[in-house]
Design a protein around this ligand. Sequence first.
Ligand SMILES: Cc1ncc(C[n+]2csc(CCOP(=O)(O)OP(=O)(O)O)c2C)c(N)n1
Length: 371
Amino acid sequence: MLVRAWNSAEMSISRFLPDFAPIAPFSRLSESGILDSGSAPMSDAAVIEALRYMVLTRVFDDKATSMQRQGRFGTFSSVRGQEASVVGAASALDPKRDWIVPQYREFPALIRHGYPMENFALYFMGNPKGGIIPPEVNMLPMQISLAAQIPQATGLAWGLKMQGGDGVVITFFGDGASSEGDFHESLNLAGIVKAPVIFFLQNNGWAISTPRESQTAARSFAERAIGYGVEGVIVDGNDLLAVHEVTASAVAKARAGGGPTLIESVTYRTGAHNTADDPSRYIDQQELEKWQQKDPVTRIENYLRSKGIWNEELAKEMHDNCAEQVEVAMNIARNTPLATSDALFDHVYAQPPQRMLDQQVDWANRNGGAT
Ligand SMILES: Cc1ncc(C[n+]2csc(CCOP(=O)(O)OP(=O)(O)O)c2C)c(N)n1
């Protein structure tokens, strides 16, 4: 069975044996990219498309990091090491009817869903125009306040269900965010109302410098779902095919009225938490190297190579194409005028009250008419 159902026997074992054995995450590809004996859950074309988003992410991350070092980009969190986790989950969604309720480390999922890349860049350049989500794009704004997006995802999913549609909501968050009360309250409510929501927990080993072991004494994050009557799944987050498969299964279940799933995607943040962080001060080099050898991009490339449909020429072509796309988006963002202080008043109300309009005039007068 793809999505693992935790049964009552396991629950009772967990009550009496706190030192029970670790659970191997669900996976389809070996670390060298060889598929197990089952049939592939994605077509070759879908895998190549997903790989393109993974490469795009890597190119964007490198560009944004170097621009941040030059003072042309704000503090920003890269996806490095987690590309298969984010893209695998996103590839199971239908942008026309499904919603993403993001944290801040899901660049490729948002781009695939239709959020313009230049808006993403503008957001991290501190330009409020970046926060504008085109009306046809089914996503909520990025959330920096940890776990605050999780109850919103539950509410949105419950609302979609009440409206009688078949849309599904996925919300992303980290192992650190799962220690917030919002996570627990959301799972509880989603379980009760059978909201069509997928809680996609990226266990990347770290919450800035706090290791996963300091986050919970539980064997896994996924089995916390049991207490809320929700299904929990553990998947190898560096295996694109496996992440896609469990997420697609959770999406199908939610669409059919089966309610929420908590997916723990076990991966590793091989970059810094963000551009203000120096992980060399707390990450063990050997552990990092171990995870670098499980690189998700290399792994899926090796899979395609084993099928005879990938080579260096195609890889270069894809990289160059992505670099061009990133360059275009960054140029649009760079050439977008900076916001003036008057922007403080924009997008606060659909119909601004007189009190705020008065304040706006007062503000302009104090600034000699200039904003
Ligand atoms: C409510 C809240 N507390 C603290 C922070 C500061 N903070 C920002 S990111 C972060 C760690 C998050 O780790 P995790 O949830 O595992 O996600 P990751 O960044 O690893 O993807 C912390 C503590 C915050 N943004 N919001």
